[in-house]
Each structure stands twice: as structure tokens, then as C-alpha cells.
Design a protein around this ligand. Sequence first.
Ligand code: ZN
Ligand code: ZN
Length: 321
Amino acid sequence: MFVRQFYFSWSILFQFYSSFNIINARNIPNNKIRITREIKSPNDVTINDIIAYMQKYGHLEAAKQKDEAGGDAPIDQNTILKNGIKRLQKYMGIKQTGEPDKETKKAILLPRCGINQNTGNKWEDNKRNLTFAIYDFHPKLDKDLQRLAIRTAFNRWASVSTFKFHDVTEISDITPDIKVGFFSDCHGDKDCFDGELQVLAHGYYPEDGHLHFDLDENWAYPNSAAIRTDISTGKYIDLLEIATHEIGHILGVEHIPNTEAIMSPGYNPKNDSSGNYIVKKLHALDIEKVQELYGVGTEGSSRGPPILSNRKRRETTSSVS
Ligand SMILES: [Zn+2]
Ligand SMILES: [Zn+2]
């Protein structure tokens, strides 16, 4: 009943807008978002697309609640829509105009992280030595580069936090705290992937430990000038950046509404003034958040204790050796 009322009230809004030729009410998105590759430029984004995006990621629902200052909840649809757009803009770290402007249209076209909710969860105090294993490698990227990306991403967080991370990929008789893999579509947890672009990955909050990447993306490790150029033009997705972002969630760090932070929800590769791709690292805002949760760390390492030679080797899936 609630759902029906919700759609009914939004359909009135759609009709209101379509009467001004802004959108066509027959194209109401039915809570589905057009995938990014179907929309070629921000100019093609309709108010319909923005509403669907806000529905999916909860900005409209949030806009129906009391405002942040504790004032009365808005009741008219225009105010809810405007507040929803403002919330979306704040979340994406762009100017809060409340209007479906070009920056907002660009923001919803960005590929992004699949994590939406904030939890405030953290790892127990006795868990600062965490193990991880890569169970499912991507078939099209060299295995060593995948390992390098994941290990480097863990090292980045270890160097600014109280955590140490230990790669037990090769050891089959240890159940790791963090399970890493590439998956397509629905793959046994609550969040299905969606094909190329749009949602790229998800890393669940503590102490779940599932760190998943969308198998349908073209992943690369930014280890050469040619690859970095291909990342900056969108041919490849930067596995190192996305792994660093998702490990942030694994540790309990939420999204940060600032496009400079690696914990910004959108993925937006940028070049410097010479046109070279900027490999994004942890920003002061990211470091501040993990240190708020766990305190200031000393020099960290993902190498961990020596791996005993008589441990069983774990089988992993990949066509690339
Ligand atoms: Zn995220
Ligand atoms: Zn998953």
C-alpha cells in the first residue's frame, strides 16, 4: 500500500513536470536506472533519471524526513524533490543548488561504489591483525597485478592505522577475515552487480569482510604511462583506487562528501595540468576518518608473520597465471 501511494504521489509530480515538457510521464523509470553507457552526455540526463537515482540511493526518502535542524518534515513534492537533490549534491560533494543542474547530471553518470548505507560499525579491539585471501581472480588481468593492487591498497590503510593485514591467499587452512573476489551479476550476497560501469564494487562494513569487484568491468593496475592514459580516458577502471576505497568500508569508514577523498562515492578519474592521470591516494580526510575510529597507528605492514611452508595451498580461479 505504501509503495502504491508513493508511486502515485510521484506520478503526480512527473505529470506536473511533463506538463512543462521537462519529462514525459510515460517514461516513468519504475525504480530502474538507465545504465550509464546508455546515456552519452549530461545533456541527455532527464529529471526522470535523477529521481530514479535518488530513489535507488535513498535521497528522496531522506528528504521526506525532518530537516537537519529538526524542523518540520516537508509535505509538498516540490520541496521534497528540491531537498532530495540537495542531499544528493551534498553526498556527491558538489554545490548544493537544489536544482537538476549540469554538475548533478554529471555526478549521477559517474561509475560508483555500491555501498549506500552508513553503519558506524567497527572491528573489535582484539582484531587488528586481519587476514585476507583472493578467492576469485579476474580472468583478463594478470594475477600478479591483481595481487599487487589488493596488497598495495591494504598497505595504504595499514600505514595510517592500527591495522596489520596478512595475505593468506595461498593458504587453504586459514579462513580469512576478508574474502576478496570478482563476481558478475547476483552472486550470493544482498547486492547484485549490474554489468559494465555504474556500480563497480562493494566492501561490506565490519565485521563482514566481503570485498567484491564487478567482473564485468575492464580493470587495470596503473603501472605504466600507457595504462594510466587508458584509465584517464575511461577504457579501464583503476583497480588500485577502487580496492583502496572498498577496504575503507571493510574497516568501517563511510563515504566522505568530498571528491578529493578516496572515500567519495563516485569514481571520477582526473588528470593533472600536464594531462597525466593522477593516481588517487588516501587523502587527509580519509586518514582522519580511520583514525577517528581506531586511533593513530604506527608504521604498518601487510607482510605479516612468515607463512609456514607446510600450510595447504588454496586453489583460486583464473585463466591467467
Ligand atoms: Zn563506497
Ligand atoms: Zn558481493
